[in-house]
Design a protein around this ligand. Structure first.
Ligand code: SAH
Ligand code: SF4
Length: 415
């Protein structure tokens, strides 16, 4: 987590294929929740134990009261010891909670076994006319992020490491447990926390599997959203698998020159390729793609940008979420005013594109993911911050004046 991003953050990015995770220090046991039913059955079979033991473990992990392997009462004691020697029951046990929005937002800062910090945010939405109450958890897929979007606290941290499958789903187990204590159920999971899920795709897909599986968490695909900054090979791989979750694409800008600045990955996979892949996804799966745009005052909220986005998405099976930028340290930018966002939405609506304006949650606890972890990482040197701000002002001004052309990524990031 201490690595600061390179100027573009692009050097650490590959094409969405699996990478071996960094070796975990201290405790090499894999998390129990990351094991599939088949793996558990095989593990018990090796010990001459029947297949129903796997079911007992899954019940304890996903539904039971146990908080350690020693508390899985359905297993004989020697088997519990053996299981405990092989797997960790909980990979995000060390969690600090902060509440805000009168208790409607709960932010969890989780310290992982190697000291890496990740965040999850639980948001409660009370019942409204025609809508049942919802409890949505936003989870992290990586510690830090290599993409380096300059309005994102995680992006500023740089890349730490990929999360293990268990580290991803244990964020869900924790929130579900807290809710269960109040007689409530988690209704939605969104991969919109720290990290780029499609750059840790094998583990993210395994995590989605565990969440989907009725024998494990049992959450329907329609209640899971994975957000990407536009890793095109990853989007294609997800499309080939069929509908597993809702795909959200962080668009932010429809013009390449500006998106190069806001999402450095755009230099590798430009807007037209990202939206083409998203369009294919919508057609192949029959599921609407959601686009996200973080609205930054005077940067990507102009009428020209609204028109460009309207032209780009016209006729697509798509929906746009407009989100006022959460204030983050070290950017020269602020959130767009409400009336500007409303005008942006109206321009999209005139082109037949539905748009929703999302209110920020948990600003006072730094709910834009990565802010708590960034705070803990300490302040970068003032000169580094000043240089970063100056570069962003320069690059965004050039893009707005049309003085910046799309800058394809240097060779070496090959697919
Ligand atoms: N890496 C993935 C998923 C995690 S980020 C992605 O970029 O899609 C989840 C969402 O939070 C993205 O849409 C991202 O642009 C947005 N986000 C990041 N920082 C933000 C901020 N300061 N204010 C508002 N939205 C932000
Ligand atoms: Fe990474 Fe998403 Fe943040 Fe960009 S917005 S730096 S892709 S986490």
């Amino acid at each position: 987590m201490s690595t600061r991003p390179a100027a573009t953050g692009l050097t650490a990015i590959n094409d969405g294929e699996a990478r071996p995770g960094a070796a975990l220090q201290g405790d090499a046991r894999p998390g129990l929740s990351g094991a599939t039913m088949e793996e558990l059955v095989a593990w018990f079979a090796e010990r001459g134990e029947p297949a129903y033991r796997a079911r007992q473990v899954a019940d304890a992990v996903w539904r039971g009261e146990a908080s350690t392997t020693a508390e899985i009462r359905t297993l004989p004691a020697p088997l519990r010891d053996e299981l405990d020697a092989a797997f960790r029951f909980d990979t995000v046990a060390d969690t600090e909670l902060r509440l805000s929005d009168a208790g409607l937002t709960e932010k969890g800062l989780h310290r992982l076994v190697d000291g890496a910090l990740i965040e999850s945010v639980l948001m409660h939405y009370p019942a409204r006319a025609g809508q049942r109450e919802r409890h949505t958890l936003c989870i992290s897929s990586q510690a830090g992020c290599a993409v380096g979007c300059p309005f994102c606290a995680t992006g500023e941290l740089g890349f730490g490491r990929d999360l293990e499958t268990a580290e991803i789903v244990d964020q869900v187990r924790h929130a579900a447990r807290r809710l269960a204590a109040d007689g409530k159920r988690l209704t939605n999971v969104v991969f919109m926390g720290m990290g780029e899920p499609l750059l840790n795709l094998d583990r993210v897909l395994a995590a989605v599997d565990a969440l989907n599986d009725p024998r494990r968490f049992g959450l329907g695909a329609r209640h899971i959203t994975v957000s990407t900054s536009g890793v095109v090979p990853g989007i294609r791989r997800v499309t080939a698998l069929g509908p597993q979750f809702t795909l959200a694409v962080s668009l932010h800008a429809a013009r390449d020159a500006l998106r190069d600045v806001l999402v450095p990955l755009n230099r590798r996979w430009p807007v037209s390729e990202v939206t083409a892949a998203a369009r294919e996804h919508a057609v192949a799966t029959g599921r609407r793609v959601t686009y996200e745009a973080t609205m930054i005052a005077g940067i990507n909220d102009t009428e020209i940008d609204a028109q460009a986005m309207a032209n780009l998405l016209r006729g697509d099976h798509a929906h746009v979420n407009l989100i006022p930028m959460n204030p983050v340290a070290h950017t020269p930018w602020t959130a767009s005013p409400d009336d500007v966002i409303e005008r942006f939405a109206a321009i999209l609506a005139a082109a037949g594109i539905t748009a929703t304006i999302r209110r920020n949650r948990g600003q006072e606890i730094g709910a834009a993911c990565g802010q708590l972890a960034a705070e803990r990482a300490g302040e970068p040197a003032p000169a580094v911050v000043a240089r970063r701000r100056a570069r962003l002002v320069d690059e965004s001004t050039q893009a707005l004046r049309g003085e910046r052309s799309h800058d394809p990524a240097p060779i070496g990031l090959g697919e």
